[in-house]
Design a protein around this ligand. Structure first.
Ligand code: SF4
Length: 636
């Protein structure tokens, strides 16, 4: 049965909305396949506006891989802005894909990639606009399977009622495997209907189907246990790990946006995983082990991506790009290859050492010097031990001074506030550090023309990290510490003018904390916020703390209990049945080490410290120089 394009109904609405081009589709490298020739049809959603969603690597990779399968198709959909939402509701136009403007409800699957929990209300808008019941239990065989992935899906419990399924980890192989299950089930005449296919997916152990698990609570509100409620459903669900990145060199045909987006460059992921062991970093913990892409595949992907997209900026992505074992060769090889062309290279550099400045120098050969970012994260030596960020004050001052002496004028320093065990003095230490940096920089360069910007983010304890048991700092304390820090910087006559200060208030972090470590009861808050008009919570102009608190109170959810309460070792956590590969006892030990200011080394270069990932998942760290080079030079 063919599905009509909604574009004739959408088009008259577009002149009345902001940035209508974002809804038009037809980007370079986008794909429209024949509806009737596909057996398995995916709608892929990034639950934010086009300008944020289009560059998302995860969605682009899955879009391409799924469309390469002969009988599978994938189209994209993004969150529509409130102006278009209102018109779509008034005119009865449902949520549509941007590729062929097909109704999302007509697809077999709606796969949603959550990088952050603040996209949850946008999921509800999309479901509602699509005509898909918000609650999974109300859906019929005519509705798509609503499936979540991405980092926030490692604890999907707050949105469990709205999901049919969730997957943990790398999406490439599991998206293909899910497509195969759907294809077989459809070819067999869809036995068992919706639950039949969900059961097939759940039985694999690699797809979490929330409604097949019952959550039991203790009288004090903690979770007693989470148990499967039907035979064949495993008690734990495991994450997916692509072991050989060279076999998956995607995106091969990067999407080129029609409207302005947050990143307009071609990005190549140079490795996945991180074993530095920063205790606050969920991404580092859940993506272990380290898997590097080889220098030759990186070089080929860069050349191919530029050719296919026409982008003139290339970003080398990973959680800590300077840690690739051949990054010096990669940087030099690419800088040599593209010297004199209009292609510029960028590397998000956050490691605090001189090596990063060497890399930045290589990469700025072809372009302007935009600024360097270093992330000591904690303001005092003790704080950095707690979070396992092995950077001394001496390291930081030496590194930044080197940058100034090599001609960099602007350096950004990133810190967090509200970290476990933090006291006022740790935050005020940020001001001391920044002043010392400027002082040393002026002495070394003999110039007053140097600046640093101190940028502060609020810490949110995340599932599957050693801080998953920690009490989140209340927003009043965070705000007070940040006020004192600001005053300390502003009131300094000698250095204050050379130091910029950027921070957000602590309230959004509390909502993020509620959603990050919440359980199924938090779903009622999300729904109430959405019903009250909550949209685009990641955008400060749309976010309303008061709305979240009011909604939580209305549905009887105690926000403090979920956020500023410290958990005990054996409390059942909402995500304990979702296996990120990490050993729970190791995480607890690491939490105890944090409290006692004990650091652990990176297991890439030291003996394994038994975090559990490699033995549990049958994987291993993959690093090591290949000895290959991008030379001989070819200007592409
Ligand atoms: S199991 Fe050992 S080697 Fe593997 S990531 Fe964990 S600590 Fe590192």
């Amino acid at each position: 049965m063919s599905v009509e394009s909604l574009f004739p109904r959408l088009e008259p609405l577009l002149p009345k909305v902001q940035k209508p081009i974002q809804y038009v589709g037809g980007e370079l490298n986008s794909t429209v396949k024949d509806w009737d020739e596909a057996t398995v049809r995916w709608a892929l959603m990034y639950p934010d506006a086009y300008e944020v969603g289009l560059p998302n690597q995860g969605v682009q990779i899955l879009y391409e891989i799924l469309n390469e399968l002969p009988d599978t198709m994938a189209e994209r959909t993004y969150a529509v802005w409130p102006d278009l939402e209102a018109l779509m509701r008034a005119e009865g136009v449902p949520q549509f894909t941007v590729d062929a403007h097909r109704p999302v409800r007509a697809f077999d699957l709606l796969g949603v990639s959550f990088s952050t929990e603040l996209g949850y209300t946008n999921l509800l808008t999309a479901l509602d606009l699509a005509g898909i019941p918000l609650h999974a239990v109300d859906r019929t065989d005519d509705d798509p399977i609503v499936l979540a992935g991405g980092h926030a899906a490692f604890n999907p419990e707050p949105i469990a009622d709205f999901l049919d399924a969730a997957v943990l980890g790398d999406g490439e192989q599991i998206a293909i495997a899910i497509s195969e299950v759907i294809r077989e089930w459809k070819n067999e005449g869809e036995p068992g209907g919706r639950d039949g296919v969900l059961l097939r997916l759940a039985e694999t152990g690699g797809v979490y189907v929330p409604k097949f698990y019952d959550v039991e609570y203790l009288p004090d509100g903690r979770i007693k246990r989470v148990v499967p409620n039907r035979p064949g459903v495993p008690s734990r669900v495991f994450k997916h790990t692509v072991m050989d990145l060279d076999e998956w060199p995607y995106p091969k045909k990067p999407l080129v946006p029609l409207a302005e987006t947050v990143h307009e460059r071609f990005s190549v992921e140079i490795f996945r995983g991180c074993t530095r062991g920063c205790r606050f970093c969920q991404a580092g913990m859940i993506t272990r082990p380290v898997r590097e892409r080889s220098i030759t595949v990186i070089g080929d992907m860069v050349a191919n991506g530029i050719k296919e997209s026409g982008f003139n900026e290339v970003g080398l992505l990973s959680l800590s790009s300077a840690d690739h074992s051949e990054i010096a060769e990669v940087a030099k090889g690419l800088a040599d290859r593209y010297e004199g062309t209009n292609t510029s290279l960028s590397l998000p550099s956050t490691r605090v050492d001189a090596f990063n400045i060497d890399l930045a120098n290589e990469f700025s050969r072809n372009g302007r010097r935009s600024g360097l970012t270093f992330a000591p994260e904690g303001g005092s030596e003790r704080m950095r031990k707690v979070i396992n960020k092995m950077v001394t004050e001496e390291d930081l001052i030496r590194t930044v001074t080197t940058a100034y002496t090599q001609g960099w004028r602007q350096v950004k320093l990133y810190f967090m506030c509200g970290l476990p065990t933090e006291e006022d003095i740790d935050v005020l230490g940020i001001a001391d550090l920044a002043k010392k940096v400027i002082k040393a920089g002026r002495e070394a360069t003999g110039s007053r023309d140097i600046r640093c910007t101190v940028s502060i983010g609020g810490f949110v304890p995340k599932p599957h990290t050693p801080f998953q048991w920690a009490a989140q700092c209340d927003h009043e304390t965070v705000d007070r510490r940040l006020r004192e820090l600001r005053n300390s910087l502003r009131n300094d006559k000698q250095y204050g003018k050379a130091i910029g200060f950027r921070y957000h208030d602590g309230k959004p972090s509390i909502v993020e904390g509620l959603l990050s470590r919440g359980d199924r009861r938090v779903g009622a808050v999300i729904k109430a916020v959405w019903a009250d008009g909550g949209r685009f919570d990641g955008w400060s102009e749309h976010f309303s703390y008061e709305r979240w608190m009011k909604s939580a109170a209305e549905v009887g959810v105690d926000v403090d209990w979920f956020t500023i309460r410290e958990r005990e070792e054996h409390e059942v956590l909402p995500w304990d049945h979702l296996d990120a590969g990490l050993d729970r006892e190791w995480l607890w030990q690491d939490w105890q080490d944090a409290v006692n200011d004990v650091e652990v080394e990176d297991c890439r270069w030291t003996p394994c410290y038994d975090c559990g990932v490699c033995p549990t998942m049958g994987t291993e760290i993959q690093i090591g120089p290949t000895g290959r080079k991008l030379l001989p030079l070819t200007v592409v």
